[in-house]
Write a protein that binds this ligand. Structure first.
Ligand code: AMP
Length: 187
């Protein structure tokens, strides 16, 4: 099965994706992690990406779609994908759709972690202390939230009409969210 974990920054997408990876033996495709790897490995595009991420802007579709394409067409990932942080815009959602069709795959489950703004700020403040991400400061968090509302939320409106869409209260405790997701995936 292929799964999308959808939600604003700080919703807990990565945490829940990791849990699904462990329980259901899937592969997590986090575009944020893939981009941070480019920075860490000091690739040609790494420097640009570093600036983009720390300002809270989006990496270009060209870069992100290429990273996603490689992941989707990797034979070991086929029908075992969890998308975390992708798609983040309608154009990315359309790209995902056509790449999946091209590779004879589909999305089986879409989870939306619905979290309020206050929880997001609290969670990202906590993550800052642990992970020391350059984009986890208050100004950037607010910018990322606004971008989410403007550019990413239309994707939610698009997915919410689908029959495999599941909205989960992302303000709940991590374990409760995991257990709700596991129940749905186990049916
Ligand atoms: P994340 O780890 O998902 O919070 O992503 C961290 C940052 O990476 C985002 O704020 C963006 O700058 C960039 N990023 C991650 N995923 C995408 C995407 N699908 N499209 C564009 N930029 C992305």
């Amino acid at each position: 099965m292929n799964v999308i974990i959808f939600g604003p920054p700080g919703a807990g997408k990565g945490t829940q994706a990791l849990n699904i990876v462990k329980k259901f033996k899937l592969y997590q495709i986090s575009t944020g992690d893939l981009l941070r790897n480019e920075v860490k490995n000091q690739t040609i595009i790494g420097k640009d990406i570093e600036n983009i991420i720390s300002k809270g802007d989006f990496a270009t579709d060209e870069i992100v779609n290429e990273l996603i394409k490689n992941a989707i067409f990797d034979p070991q990932n086929k029908n075992k994908l969890i998308f975390d942080g992708y798609p983040r815009s309608l154009s990315q959602a359309k790209n995902l759709d056509s790449l999946l069709k091209e590779s004879n795959q589909k999305i089986d489950f879409i989870f939306f972690l619905n979290v309020n703004k206050k929880t997001i700020i609290d969670r990202i403040e906590k993550r800052k202390a642990l992970e020391k991400r350059t984009d986890d400061n208050l100004t950037t968090i607010l910018k990322r939230y606004d971008t989410y509302m403007e550019t990413t939320k239309p994707v939610l409106d698009f997915y919410s009409k689908k029959s495999n869409f599941h909205e989960i209260d992302g303000d709940d405790k991590i374990e409760e969210i995991s257990s709700k997701i596991e129940q749905i995936l186990s049916v």
